[in-house]
Design a binder for this molecule. Structure first.
Ligand SMILES: N[C@@H](CCC(=O)N[C@@H](CS)C(=O)NCC(=O)O)C(=O)O
Length: 218
């Protein structure tokens, strides 16, 4: 039975999981959760995920929330052994991948969600402080690419951290109109990633996200 993924395509972390599954060649049984209708706060959903967030994975009775944790699980369970995507035996590479996942969770997506959750679910527009926090996360990531001269977020091969970083950058750049000029390494990275086959999984949800943000900012 294919693992079930609960979520909605406009969700940034949900799309990170879609891209990861595509790269792994894994079929997911995707079930829509309507956040606007509060379907993630029903007692039934909260029993599966007390955090009340999407994405949520169900795999043979095992439940796991948080896109970063989900992608680690999927790559470990369904990926090839010692694939550079998330290599169990290459401690340094795996630790750097974990670092970028935590960077996304705490700083990049962390700042982005603090903008979009109040905007989309509570109609509260972002303030200067929230935008500065997001800009700072972009700045740090740009300098990582600049210092390391790497093609991907860790070295020169694709890892599960790329999926989170790609969905985050492609979505939250909306709020930073000068990002292409300010962060040229991020622009080059995202342009390159957009040509990859797995990136197609990002497209429909990204346009839903942009549309939703545009409406809410009016
Ligand atoms: N760190 C989590 C963030 C999950 C998250 O906050 N998801 C949002 C949608 S993008 C959500 O479910 N928000 C509903 C809420 O917080 O009420 C992840 O990477 O999965």
């Amino acid at each position: 039975m294919a693992p079930i993924l609960f979520g909605t395509s406009a969700s940034v972390p949900f799309r990170a999981v879609l891209m990861c599954a595509k790269q792994l060649g894994l079929n997911l049984d995707v079930r829509n959760v309507d956040l606007m209708a509060g379907e993630h706060k029903t007692p039934e959903f909260l029993r599966k995920n007390p955090m009340g967030t999407v994405p949520l994975l169900e795999d043979n009775g095992f439940y796991l929330s948080d896109s970063h944790a989900i992608n680690g699980y999927l790559a470990s369970k369904y990926g090839k052994e010692n694939d550079p995507l998330y290599p169990a035996k290459d401690l340094e590479r795996k630790s750097l991948i974990d670092h970028r996942l935590h960077f996304d969770s705490s700083l990049l997506a962390g700042s982005g969600i603090l903008i979009t959750k109040p905007l989309i679910l509570e109609n509260t527009k972002p303030d200067a402080k929230a935008l500065e926090r997001l800009n700072n996360a972009f700045r740090i990531l740009n300098s990582i690419f600049e210092i390391e001269k790497s093609t991907f977020v860790v070295g020169n091969s694709l890892s599960i951290a790329d999926f989170n970083i790609i969905s985050s950058l492609s979505s939250w750049k909306y709020f930073l109109p000068c990002w292409e000029k300010d962060f040229p390494y991020l622009k080059a990275y995202l342009d390159k990633m957009a040509k990859e086959e797995f990136y197609k999984e990002n497209l429909e949800g990204l346009s839903a996200f942009n549309h939703l943000v545009e409406i809410k900012l009016k």
